[in-house]
Design a protein. Structure first.
Ligand code: GAR
Length: 199
């Protein structure tokens, strides 16, 4: 799992793995932020956790960093790369190294509100329904085939904080369900669409 923030989605998925509802284990957590909560949450659970410097760019990994990330994930022998609040765009060479095996969670109903602070975008736009999306990662930003979505109603008195909180709660339910289906081999990509079928 890769993350830059507090790691609540990591906690939800690692908890589901420990409880046996996700038939997988988190082999490694990597962050581009040394003090990220996700690293502390992983270490509390004795899950290997590494800070890998992102290099000289602000929104992506530089070439050396990318090589280090790929090497670390390969050394941990991962089957799936799960992005959980990883705030850098992954470039083609990274995507090719784990082709069709990188998933992300985004705090809106894509294709609405890609990019940063999606809950703020939703509130500013005045939509009545938003939510979260789990999708495969492709070369675009938040544009890959959609695996699962969960809706969240926007309330009249919502602030960015209250809306973000409810979207987070929806993420913690949706992401483990999607990873469980991926681990069971029930999810396949068909062009732009993703099909769920019991293995
Ligand atoms: C989540 O809300 C996730 O959807 C968002 O970062 C948060 C991470 O929270 N990701 C993005 O905005 C990616 N574009 P967490 O660190 O508590 O899991």
């Amino acid at each position: 799992m890769l993350g830059s923030g507090k790691g609540s989605n990591f906690v939800a998925i690692a908890g589901a793995c420990a409880a046996g509802t996700v038939a997988a284990e988190v082999a490694l957590v990597v962050s581009d932020v040394a003090e990220a909560g996700i690293l502390a949450r992983a270490r509390e659970r004795s899950i290997p956790a590494r800070f890998l410097p992102p290099g000289k760019f602000r929104t992506k990994l530089d070439e050396e960093a990318e090589r280090n990330y790929i090497a670390a994930l390969r050394a941990a022998d991962v089957d799936l790369v799960v992005l959980a609040g990883f705030m850098r765009v992954l470039k083609d060479s990274f995507l090719q190294a784990f082709a069709g095996r990188i998933v992300n969670i985004h705090p809106s109903l894509l294709p609405s509100f890609p990019g940063l602070a999606a809950w703020e975008q939703a509130l500013a736009h005045g939509v009545r329904v938003t939510g979260c999306t789990v999708h495969f990662v492709d070369v675009g930003v938040d544009s890959g085939p959609i695996i699962g979505q969960q809706t969240v109603l926007v309330l009249d008195d919502d602030t960015t904080e209250t809306l973000h909180q409810r979207i987070h709660a929806a993420e913690h339910a949706l992401y483990p369900r999607c990873v469980a289906a991926l681990a069971r081999g029930e999810v396949t990509i068909r062009g732009r669409r993703v099909v769920w079928r019991a293995a």
